[in-house]
Design a protein around this ligand. Structure first.
Ligand code: ADP
Length: 408
C-alpha cells in the first residue's frame, strides 16, 4: 500500500477523487451537490481501467469536510485503504497558479497563503480547490499534500506570447497576461506521444488539441508550451461547449448596452450560453451531430464553426513551431468524435496533415494513429488522464523530497 496516491479535484459543490497504486487507478468517484438537500455520492472500483463495482448513495452531504470523510470511509470499507497513513501523498488539482507556481508544489502554510492570493484571478475555482486541501489536511495531517496547477505547464510561454497588447502597467498592477489552462492534459498527452513515437519529447514539435466541454490548443516545442489558446481566463481561444472563445473585444461593451445586461450577466452569457450551445441550443457534441443529421442548419453551422476555428489555430501554431511532427487529439470530443477529427484535418494536406478515414474510425481506450498515406505529420488520438498525471507528479515530487531529506 505504500505507493498509494489520492488525487482530489475539489469544486464549489463537488469533490472528485481517484486513488492510484502506481499507474493503476484502484477506485474513484464524486461527491456532488454538496450543501444541497439531494447530494449524491458515486464510488467506483476499477480493474484494468474498467469499472467493476459502483455504489451510489443519495444521503445529504452538508459540507466539503463531510464529503471528504465519506470518501475516506468508502475507500476503507471497499478495502482500497486500511488507514489514512497508507497514503504516500495526496495530489490536489488547482486551477490557477498565477506566475507564482511553475511546477507541482508541496503544500505548507506559505503555499496555502500564496494560492489564496491568486483567488482574484480564479474567483470561482481557487477557493473551492483550497477548501479541498483544507479538509484533506484535517483528515490526514501527516500525509504530504501536493498542489498541481492547470496553469503551470504554460509558464514557459515567452513574454511576446503571454503579454496582451494593453497598457503594460496592467500586467504589473492587475496581473493581466495569458496564463493558459488544461496544462496537465496538454503535458500528459505530449509525453504519451513521445513514448508512442519512441522519440525524446525534447526533439518533438507538437500541436495538442484538448477538445472537451472546454477546449484549448497548445503549441509544444521540446516539451515546452510555446503558445496556448486560452488566456487570462479559460474564455479565450477555441469555440467551446458553452464558451464563446475568441470574439471582438468590443463586443462585451456593445452587448451590455444593446441587451441592457450587467457586466456579470454578460460574463455568464459568454461563459455559459455561448459556443456550441449559443449557436444550436446544446453543448453536447453528440446531440449537435444528431440535430445536424436530422437537418438542423444551425447544428451544421455550429460544427463548421467549431472545426474552422480549430483549423485556424493549427495554421497559426504550425507557423509558430516551424515544423510539425505530430498533431494530437484528446478530450471527450477529440478522443471519440471521428467526424470532428475528419472536418478539422480536411484540406490541410499542404501542411502535411492527411488522415486515413478507416483508421480514424478506430474506437478504444488506447492511443491510435490516424495519419494517412502521403501525410508527413503523425496524427494521434490520445486518451487524456489528468488524474494519473497529477498522481505521477505528486509521487515524483514526494520521492524527490524524501531523497533530499535522506541526504541532508
Ligand atoms: P469535460 O471538459 O467536461 O471534461 P469531456 O472531455 O468529457 O468534458 O468532453 C465532453 C464532450 O465530449 C461533450 O461535448 C460530449 O458530447 C463529447 N463526447 C463524449 N463522447 C463522445 C462521443 N462518443 N462522440 C462525440 N462526442 C463525444
Amino acid at each position: 500500500m505504500s505507493v498509494t496516491i489520492l488525487v482530489i479535484n475539489s469544486g464549489s459543490s463537488s469533490i472528485k477523487y481517484q486513488l492510484f497504486k502506481g499507474n493503476s487507478a484502484l477506485a474513484g468517484g464524486i461527491v456532488e451537490r454538496i450543501g444541497e438537500p439531494k447530494s449524491r455520492f458515486v464510488h467506483r472500483l476499477f480493474q484494468s481501467r474498467q469499472t467493476i463495482e459502483e455504489t451510489i448513495s443519495e444521503e445529504p452531504v452538508s459540507n466539503h469536510g463531510e464529503g471528504m470523510s465519506r470518501i475516506f470511509t468508502a475507500l476503507m470499507e471497499s478495502g482500497c485503504l486500511q488507514h489514512e497513513a497508507d497514503l504516500l501523498g495526496i495530489g490536489h488539482r488547482i486551477v490557477h497558479g498565477g506566475e507564482a507556481f511553475k511546477e507541482p508544489t508541496l503544500i505548507d502554510d506559505q503555499v496555502l497563503t500564496r494560492i489564496a492570493e491568486i483567488i482574484p484571478l480564479a474567483p470561482l475555482h481557487n477557493p473551492a480547490n483550497l477548501k479541498g486541501i483544507q479538509v484533506a489536511l484535517e483528515i490526514c495531517p501527516h500525509v504530504p499534500q501536493v498542489a498541481v496547477f492547470d496553469t503551470a505547464f504554460h509558464q514557459t510561454l515567452p513574454p511576446p506570447v503571454f503579454h496582451y497588447p494593453l497598457p503594460y502597467c496592467w500586467y504589473k498592477t492587475h496581473h493581466v497576461r495569458r496564463y493558459g489552462f488544461h496544462g496537465t492534459s496538454h503535458h500528459y498527452v505530449s509525453k504519451q506521444a513521445a513514448a508512442y513515437l519512441k522519440q525524446p519529447l525534447e526533439t518533438l514539435h507538437l500541436i495538442t488539441l484538448h477538445l472537451g466541454n472546454g477546449a484549448s490548443a497548445t503549441a509544444i516545442k521540446a516539451g515546452k508550451s510555446m503558445d496556448t489558446s486560452m488566456g487570462m481566463t479559460p474564455l479565450e481561444g477555441l469555440m467551446m461547449g458553452t464558451r464563446c472563445g475568441d470574439i471582438d473585444p468590443s463586443l462585451p461593451l456593445y452587448l451590455t448596452q444593446a441587451l441592457g445586461k450587467s457586466p456579470e450577466e454578460l460574463d455568464s452569457l459568454l461563459n455559459r450560453e455561448s459556443g456550441l450551445k449559443g449557436i444550436c441550443g446544446t453543448n453536447d457534441m453528440r446531440q449537435v451531430h444528431a440535430l445536424a443529421k436530422a437537418g438542423d442548419p444551425l447544428a451544421s453551422l455550429a460544427i463548421e464553426m467549431y472545426c474552422y476555428r480549430i483549423k485556424k489555430y493549427i495554421g497559426a501554431y504550425y507557423a509558430v513551431l516551424g515544423r510539425l511532427d505530430a498533431l494530437i487529439f484528446t478530450g471527450g470530443i477529440g478522443e471519440n468524435d471521428a467526424l470532428i477529427r475528419n472536418h478539422v484535418c480536411a484540406g490541410l494536406a499542404h501542411l502535411g496533415i492527411v488522415i486515413d478515414h478507416k483508421k480514424n474510425q478506430t474506437a478504444g481506450h488506447d492511443i491510435f494513429a490516424i495519419q494517412g498515406e502521403g501525410g508527413a505529420v503523425t496524427v494521434l488520438v490520445i486518451p487524456t488522464d489528468e488524474e494519473l498525471e497529477i498522481a505521477q507528479q505528486t509521487l515524483a515530487l514526494i520521492q524527490n523530497q524524501k531523497c533530499l531529506d535522506a541526504h541532508s
